[in-house]
Write a protein that binds this ligand. Structure first.
Ligand code: UGA
Length: 434
C-alpha cells in the first residue's frame, strides 16, 4: 500500500517506519526543511531504542522516503496519516491549527479517493472538523476521515507499534474500514483485536486511556504519601494490591509524578472538554492537582532536610521524564531543578540521554557531567529523578567515597531500605519510612 505520513515527530516517524517495515511504501512529509534533510541523510532526530535499525533497513530498501512537499508526498497515496502536534491552546484545550491547516491544504490537492487518518491525540469531534474542512473544497466521494489514536509509549514505541495490545479505528465508512483492516493486519497476527467504532468514541478512547493511567499514578502517589504518614511501605502495599487481577500489577509505581508530552496535556485537555460540556470532571482535576504537588516532592524533602540550601551542592541522577528517552517535556526533574535553584543550591547532573536537551534550557545554571559518579563528587546529597537501569546497581562504596555526605533522596524507589541502612546512607524515598 502507498502511505503518506504528515508530521515527522515521535508518532509520525515511528508509525511511518513501522508501516514501511511491513512492506508498505511510505512517504513522510514535514515542513521543517532541516529535519527532512537530516532524515534523508539517515539521521533520526529522536532517541528511540530500536528505531534506527528499522529506519536504516527501510530507507536503504527505498520504502521509506522524505519530502517537504505535501503535494509530492500524497501522490498515489491510498492513506494519509496526520501525525501533527496538538499543543495545549487557550485554557488547556488542544490547539488544532496544524491539523486543520494541513486538512485545508489537502482539500486543494486531492484528486482521487484517499483515507485521511487522524493519528494525533485530538479532542472529541475533531474528525468531524477535519471532514468539514476537506469537504469545503472536495467532493465527499473522494475521501473518508478516520480516527486512529496511537497508544505507543516513548522508549518502547517500536515494540508497541509492531505488537499493539489493540488497534482502535473510528470510522463510519465501510470502505475506509476495509483499507484500515488491510493496513493493520500484519500487526495483529498474534490475535490482538482491532476495534471499529464511531469517530467520537475512538477519540474519547485515547483520552480515557491516558487519563485513567494518569489517575492510577496520582492515586498511588497519594497512597505513598499516606504510607509515609502511617508508617507503611508502599512497595508492599503495591504488590498486595496489584496481585488482584482486577487491579493488575502494572502502572502502580509511585514516584515524582507523571511527566512527558502526553499525560499532563491529555488530562488537562479532557478536563477542558468536560467543562466545555458543563461537566465537572472532579477526578481529573484532582489527578492534576496531586501531580503538581508530587513533582515537587523530592525538592520538598531536600528542603526539609537542609533548612538552608545556600552553599549546598545537590547531585541529580536522571533528567528525562522516564528512562530510555531523551525527552524532558514536563519532566519532574525540571520542577526539582527550578525549586532547588530558587533556594540557592548548586546543582550537578547526569542523564544518559537527556543532557543536550537540559543544556538548552538551563545553560550553565547547572553543571552537566558525563558520568554518574562525577555528578555526585563533593555533593551534600543525591536526588534520583529517573529510573535509568544504570542507576539501579551502583557501587555504594564509590558513592560514599565521592559524596561529601551519604545522603540520597530517591524519587523512584530504586534501593532496598535494609541495604541502605547497612551501607550507612541517610535514604529518603517515596512512600517508605526513612
Ligand atoms: C503514554 C501512554 O502510556 C501511551 O500509551 C500513550 O500512547 C502515550 O502516553 C501518548 O499519548 O502518546 P508515555 O508518555 O511515553 O506514554 O510514557 P509512560 O510510560 O506512560 O509514562 C508516563 C509518565 O508516568 C512518566 O513520567 C512515568 O515516570 C510515569 N509513571 C508511569 C509513574 O510515575 N508510575 C508508573 O507506574 C508508570
Amino acid at each position: 500500500m502507498k502511505i503518506t505520513v504528515v508530521g515527522t515527530g515521535y508518532v509520525g516517524l515511528v508509525s511511518g517506519t513501522c508501516f514501511a517495515d511491513t512492506g508498505n511504501e511510505v512517504t513522510c512529509v514535514d515542513i521543517d526543511q532541516n529535519k527532512i534533510e537530516s532524515l534523508k541523510n539517515g539521521k533520526i532526530p529522536i532517541y528511540e531504542p530500536g528505531l534506527d535499525l528499522l529506519f536504516e533497513r527501510n530507507t536503504k530498501q527505498g520504502r521509506l522516503t522524505f519530502t517537504t512537499s505535501l503535494e509530492d508526498g500524497i501522490k498515489d497515496a491510498e492513506v494519509i496519516f496526520l501525525a501533527l502536534p496538538t499543543p495545549p491552546g487557550e485554557n488547556g484545550s488542544a490547539d488544532l491549527k496544524y491539523i486543520l491547516g494541513v486538512a485545508e491544504d489537502l482539500s486543494k490537492m486531492i484528486t482521487d479517493y484517499k483515507v485521511i487518518v487522524d493519528k494525533s491525540t485530538v479532542p472529541v469531534g475533531t474528525s468531524e472538523k477535519v471532514h468539514e474542512v476537506l469537504a469545503s473544497n472536495l467532493d465527499e466521494s473522494l475521501f473518508d476521515v478516520v480516527s486512529n489514536p496511537e497508544f505507543l509509549r516513548e522508549g518502547v514505541a517500536v515494540n508497541d507499534f509492531l505488537k499493539p495490545d489493540r488497534v482502535v479505528i473510528g470510522t463510519s465508512s465501510a470502505k475506509a474500514q476495509k483499507v484500515m483492516e488491510r493496513l493493520y493486519a500484519p500487526f495483529l497476527r498474534t490475535g490482538n483485536p482491532i476495534y471499529f467504532m464511531d469517530e467520537r468514541s475512538a477519540e474519547m478512547t485515547k483520552y480515557a486511556a491516558n487519563s485513567y493511567l494518569a489517575t492510577r499514578i496520582s492515586f498511588m502517589n497519594e497512597i505513598a504519601n499516606l504510607c509515609e504518614e502511617v508508617g507503611a511501605d508502599v512497595n508492599s502495599v503495591r504488590r498486595g494490591m496489584g496481585s488482584d487481577s482486577r487491579i493488575g500489577k502494572r502502572f502502580l509505581f509511585p514516584g515524582v509524578g507523571f511527566g512527558g508530552s502526553c499525560f499532563p496535556k491529555d488530562v488537562l485537555a479532557l478536563s477542558k472538554t468536560a467543562s466545555d460540556h458543563k461537566y465537572d470532571f472532579k477526578i481529573l482535576n484532582a489527578v492534576l492537582d496531586v501531580n503538581a504537588i508530587q513533582r515537587e516532592r523530592i525538592a520538598d524533602k531536600i528542603c526539609n532536610h537542609f533548612p538552608d540550601l545556600k552553599g549546598k551542592t545537590i547531585g541529580l541522577w536522571g533528567l528525562a521524564f522516564k528512562p530510555n528517552t531523551d525527552d524532558i517535556r514536563e519532566a519532574p526533574a525540571l520542577y526539582t531543578i527550578d525549586k532547588l535553584l530558587e533556594k540557592g543550591a548548586k546543582l550537578k547532573a547526569f542523564d544518559p540521554e537527556a543532557m543536550e536537551n537540559i543544556a538548552k534550557i538551563y545553560g550553565d545554571k547547572i553543571e552537566l557531567v558525563s558520568d554518574q559518579y562525577e555528578a555526585i563528587l563533593d555533593v551534600d546529597a543525591l536526588a534520583i529523578m529517573t529510573e535509568w537501569s544504570v542507576f539501579r546497581t551502583p557501587s555504594f562504596k564509590t558513592m560514599k567515597k565521592v559524596m561529601r555526605k551519604p545522603v540520597i533522596f530517591d524519587g523512584r524507589n530504586l534501593y532496598e531500605l535494609d541495604a541502605m541502612k547497612e551501607e550507612g546512607f541517610h535514604y529518603e524515598s517515596i512512600g517508605r519510612s526513612i
